[in-house]
Design a binder for this molecule. Sequence first.
Ligand SMILES: Cc1ncc(COP(=O)(O)O)c(C=O)c1O
Length: 439
Amino acid sequence: MMKTNSGADLWRKAKKIIPGGSQLLSKRSEQFLPDYWPSYYRKAQGAEVWDMDNTHFLDMSIMGIGACPLGYADPDVDGAVKARINDGSMCTLNSPEEVDLAEKLIDLHPWAEQVRYARGGGEAMTVAVRIARAHTKKDIVAFCGYHGWHDWYLAANLADDKSLDGHLLPGLAPAGVPRGLTGTSIPFHYNHPGELEAITEKHERKLAAIVMEPIRDHEPTPEFIRIVRDIARKNDAVLIIDEVSSGFRLKTGGAHSLYGLNPDIAVFAKAMSNGYPMAAIIGKEETMQSAQDTFISSTYWTEGIGPVAALATIEKYERCNVPEHLVRIGNAVQSGWRHLAYEHGIELEIGGIPPLSHFSVKGENGPLVQTLYTQLMLEQGFLAGKSFYACNAHTDSHVRRYLDASTDIFGQIAAAIDSGTIGEMLKGPIAKSGFLRLT
Ligand SMILES: Cc1ncc(COP(=O)(O)O)c(C=O)c1O
């Protein structure tokens, strides 16, 4: 029997007064377990979560959508933040930590010379694209991957024919994005340099920027990297590397340096400040100076908590070698998934860098099996779904408990598939899927 679930009731209420229920698609309960996901938390600490009814869970899912790689309520980061709050988080004068953080980011990325700040990943990417367009005085952006909700990006989903709107990136509806932006952002698939070449051939001398993550599901091939860099150079286009999700997980700083990507601009958010809003746009002076030729300015981009949280987070990353832990824990989970899939004859497609691991269940029963897995894991005290984002608070013993429970549940699911009873096990509707990333 499911326990009391006040969170699910609150979610139903929220959807009546907050369109979509949450400000983030990936936090909608329908993405996990429609009607039964606990939805709201009272307390989160380390990798543990207490819901509205004080029911305790171990978070083996997305850890605040990858925003808390040190774990929830990290005492070092929170201590620094509380000190800043006591001394005032906002003021007519600027927060000196902005300068300290800029120095630190440049120190970690010696190719970069200047830094601007925002607070969210999508808005920071929008700053980067604006700088690139201002710098090159050109319009077209070629990109792969997901980069947020802003007009420059969703423009990719405007088609010449209205009925085709959304076909390039399913799940990202461009309603409300001016149709005049049609053709200004053009997607290509990661590791498909031919698609990027085709875009540049078609839009000769109009390419302002190439935008991509350094890595998401697969490592970049050397040929892909070489061609991306060549095309950026030959077209005088700005190479923008989006480290919003990849940054600070494989190493302290951007993953781009692991692959010799040499960007003009790199963008960080999420992981850099462990649960406090902060984002940074770092780049070469020549490119970044173009921020002065346009208008990029916002009040709360100057508050003091974000920079303090980022400095404390980065300090802990270095002191505790956090990326090494994230990779080790992520690898343990991925190999556990492989093992249990083999053991129970369930076909899983496993991907992602180890700190941001995910699986999908293949076959026509896939979405049903995945939703059922979340339901049964919840009953065992785990927040668990198709993704596992590692944090520094995840221990080997957490991973063991999680994999033991997962093995048991995949066993139950395999037996139910065999006996044809699987359809009866799910208590609510099947979870909805998100959007396509072109990774
Ligand atoms: C690669 C990448 N870029 C941009 C974003 C958007 O960041 P935010 O949700 O902070 O606006 C995300 C979010 O998941 C992301 O993964």
